[in-house]
Design a protein. Structure first.
Length: 129
């Protein structure tokens, strides 16, 4: 059992190292893009960040079979990020998460003291437009 655990830990370290290198390479690529290209690829950037964060922070939930599979790739980050980017139903999941966030924000009402509020003058200006 201990031997299996050590093997899992080593594979996890190897995957995290590769993912960090993949992200550094991706970030270098982004630095070569102009501002318009970066804006157009914002969702892909977000998907890449999400994939990296999940696979490096939640790596204990990646089983041995998944580790072995992901370690087959030079750029496992690209593989997972591209899947997230093209996956069917992703917008529905995101819509649900945003909906939950809005409900939570409205219920807690902490934002009322943490963020600037619109003044009556600004409301009148908006209505005049």
């Amino acid at each position: 059992m201990e031997k299996e655990l050590l093997r899992h830990v080593e594979k996890t370290k190897k995957l995290i190292h590769r993912l960090n290198r993949n992200l550094a390479d991706y970030n270098s690529h982004l630095m070569s893009l102009d501002k318009g290209e970066i804006i157009r690829t914002a969702q892909k950037i977000s998907d890449t960040q999400t994939a990296h964060r999940y696979m490096t922070e939640k790596c204990r939930s990646i089983d041995e079979h998944e580790l072995d599979f992901l370690l087959n790739f030079v750029n496992p980050l690209e593989v997972v990020a591209n899947y997230l980017h093209t996956r069917h139903g992703y917008d529905l999941l995101l819509d649900y998460e945003v909906s939950c966030a809005i409900t939570d924000i409205c219920d807690k009402q902490d934002a009322l003291v943490e963020y600037p509020l619109v003044t009556n003058t600004e409301i009148a200006d908006e209505n005049a437009e």
